[in-house]
Structures are given as C-alpha cells and as structure tokens.
Design a protein around this ligand. Structure first.
Ligand code: URA
Length: 435
C-alpha cells in the first residue's frame, strides 16, 4: 500500500477500503505523507465523492487520531448538540441550561467564530472573568459535580481533522459533503457523545445554501452516527434571516438570558425548545417520540427560572461575573447606539442574514483571521423579522458601534439587507427532522 496508489484509486472514482483510508490518515499525521499528496487526495475526494462506508472509515480514522473521551458512567447518557453555523445562532446558550435543568448532564466543547459566523466561546467571553480554557480534569470534574460545562477544546479532539481542515481551507476543498460530514462527526465521536442532535442550517446566513443540500449533509451525518453506534437526530432549519433579533456577542448573550426568562423572540425560543426536546429524547428522558411530554417540562424550566439559574451557576463555576445574568445591562455596551427608523411601510419580505453578518463583522464583532481580537459590545438588534408589518418611521433596527463612522457604514449595509412586500409574507418553512 502506498499514498500514490491510494490517490490514483480515488482519482479514478474507485472506493477505498478502511485500511487504505486509515493508512493515509496515519501517514499524514506522522509526516510520512506530505502536504502535496494529502492535497491531491482531498481534491480527488472532492471531485469523486465517497460512499457511506468510506465516509465512516474516514470519520473513525480522524476521531481516533488523538485523545478521546471515554464513555464512562456519566457520559453514557451524555448528549451533545452541533450547529453547522448560522448568523445570530446563540442556541447553545439557551439549550444547555434548559437540558441540564431537566436533569440531563451536558458537557460541550465549542469553538470561536471565524468570518461572518460567530462562535459560542466568543459570546460567553462577553462576560468578564469567565474561563473557557478548562483543563481536561476541570472539565470532567465540573461535569461530574454540577452537570453542566461549556468550554473551548479542552482536549485535542480529532487532530487529523484540524490538519486536514487547514489544508482544505487553502486548496478549495472545503465544500465537499463527505469531508464536511466526516470533519464534524469525527469531533463529536471523539468527544464521547452517545446522543447527538445536529442542527443543520441552510440559507444565506448558513454554510449550506439550500434545504436540499442541508438534507443531503444531514443524511450523511446521521448515517455516520449510526455506523459508529451513536444515536443521531438532525434538524434542518432556515437561516435566511438571522436567528432571533440580535447579532453580536454581548447582545446575543443578553438575548439568550431574555429567552431563558421566557421573554425571547419566538423563533429562537421555539428552535431552542425543539433542540432541547430532542436532546432529552436521545438521553432517554422522554416517553413519547413526538416530544409531547418533553415540551411541558422544558417550558416549566423556563417559567420557573430553573434554566436561568443553571446558566447563572455555569457562569459562576467558570469564574465569570454572575451578576451580569441577573442584570444584563451590565454586559459590555458600545459607545454609539443608533436606532434606524423604517424607510417604508409594509411587510418585511427578507432580511439577508449574510449582509447583516458582514456588517457586524465590519463593526468588529467577528474576526477574519484566527486569533484576531474582537469587540464584544458591537452588533445589531433587529426590531422586526420576516413576516412582520412595519409602518414608516417605526424602529427597524439599532446598530451598536465603536464610533459614528462605523455606525453609518453598518446602517447602510443592514438597511440594504431588508426587502419589503405590500402583501403579507409567509414565515420560513418549519424544521424538518431526520433520524
Ligand atoms: N465545520 C467543521 O467542523 N468542519 C467542516 O468541514 C465544516 C464546518
């Protein structure tokens, strides 16, 4: 077996065996296979695709390329969620406390944002003092003692994925469904999750452009999960407009708190209840498959304040200022806050999530390169969503910026993201469930 033969086989459209895939992944990690051969292999996969057995073999080879979390007793019921990334997506901040408040331990490793997509870790770091770099021991102890932990990567999960991803990024091979699915699932499997809820988003504010591509990606990931002996459910959700009303780190934390107080926007609340309900189901904590018994329990933990108390506890445990959960007004605030009135009367037909995301990136809410600093306070708060009626001069959105020049640029860009209709507009199609 050698690297050239494996590249040739894939180039010619033939299926690779698990042994060949394992050989290539191991060889790349040890340095015996150089970047130029790995790049050729990735391009061959990009062009020829992989069948389900090959995708599973690639996923497992990457999952086993570094440390793994052992499914011990506590982890045996451990459920995880993964979002494929969407503008305004603060679901994790709502869902984890909700699920933990229902008695299911949750431990999650999240990432930072890159380009227009925000990351949960950046959002959490809006709270001064909060540690997101927990050691493996601290991570496991907090999970065991308190049933909730949310950290950056505490262990080097699936390092082969990290190496391949960096190469994909510079060889135009990122948008391959086989490579995306194996990349995401290798990290989830290495993290020891027995049940995984995949939140696969599509639309202008997401990685997948449309519902059909999201469905195809979700089906591949559900299949990988099955093959690896995990329980996986996928939700397909529309992200043509931002999720909720806010984009920007501290603004999103505030919206997550409001949602846990039972006062959040309808789309974010419903989406969070759906994701949390499926996590309870995968943890074996529901009787009915249609989640009819999960919903009242989750709603109770919102209305009783139990879920909010869990978020407060999480912040306290990780060294953050928990007073900010009681009084979100204390979260970082931008010096310039500019309300923008609606230039027209009508129904909102579209709010292009990508344009809103780009405007927030330019305000400083995100980064173009890994490691760049971000401004936690800046972003936008929408006053209307798709389907809403607005009269001329009523508030449409508010920009939070570092200075007037930044605010003016964002006002123009976000204003251009809106489209209007004289007739009423149907909201996005409901979520679709797979697996
Ligand atoms: N997210 C990942 O973790 N990997 C990909 O390839 C794409 C999105």
């Amino acid at each position: 077996m050698n690297a050239i033969e494996i590249i040739e086989r894939k180039r010619d459209g033939r299926a690779l065996s698990a042994a060949e895939i394992g050989f290539f992944v191991t060889g790349y990690m040890t340095g015996e296979i150089p970047d130029y051969q790995a790049a050729a292999w990735l391009m061959a996969i990009y062009l020829q695709g992989m069948d389900p057995d090959e995708i599973l073999a690639l996923t497992l080879a990457m999952a086993n390329s570094g440390e793994t979390m052992a499914p011990d007793d506590a982890a045996a019921t451990r459920v995880d969620k993964h979002s494929s990334g969407g503008i305004g997506d603060k679901t994790t901040l709502v869902v984890l406390p909700l699920v933990a408040a229902c008695g299911v331990p949750v431990a999650k490793m999240s990432g930072r944002g890159l380009s227009t997509f925000g990351g949960t870790i950046d959002k959490l770091e809006s709270i001064p003092g909060l540690r997101t770099d927990l050691s493996r021991t601290a991570f496991e102890t907090q999970l065991r003692d308190h049933g909730i932990v949310l950290s950056g990567q505490s262990i080097d999960l699936a390092p082969a994925d990290g190496r391949f991803y960096a190469l994909r990024d510079v060889t135009a091979t990122v948008p391959s469904k086989a490579l995306i699915a194996s990349s995401i699932m290798s990290k989830k499997i290495a993290a020891g999750a027995q049940g995984i809820v995949l939140d696969v988003k599509y639309g202008s504010g997401a990685f997948m452009p449309d519902r059909d591509s999201a469905r195809e990606l979700a089906e591949i990931m559900v299949e990988i999960g099955r093959g690896a002996g995990r329980r996986v459910t996928a939700l397909l959700s529309d992200t043509n407009q931002p999720l909720g009303l806010t984009v920007g780190n501290a603004l999103e934390v505030r919206e997550a708190i409001e949602t846990l107080q039972g006062d959040g926007p309808r789309d974010l609340t419903e989406h969070s209840l759906a994701v949390a309900g499926h996590m309870l189901r995968l943890a074996g904590r529901t009787e009915a498959d249609d989640l009819s018994d999960a919903r009242p329990r989750l709603e109770d933990s919102l209305s009783s304040g139990a879920a909010l108390a869990v978020l407060r506890k999480l912040v306290e445990l990780q060294g953050g200022d928990a007073g900010m959960i009681d009084d979100p007004e204390k979260l970082p605030r931008a010096p310039v806050v500019q309300m923008v009135p609606s230039p027209a009367a009508g129904y909102v037909r579209r709010i292009d999530a990508l344009e809103v995301g780009r405007a927030c990136l330019a305000l400083g809410a995100g980064r173009m390169r890994k490691g760049e600093p971000i401004d936690h306070a800046v972003g936008v708060v929408l006053a209307r969503q798709v389907g809403d009626r607005v009269e001329r001069d009523e508030p449409l959105f508010t920009v939070h910026a570092r200075d007037r020049a930044d605010a003016s640029a964002a006002v123009e860009q976000i204003g251009n993201a809106f489209e209007w209709s004289e007739d009423s507009v149907r909201p996005a199609p409901p979520e679709v469930l797979l697996g």
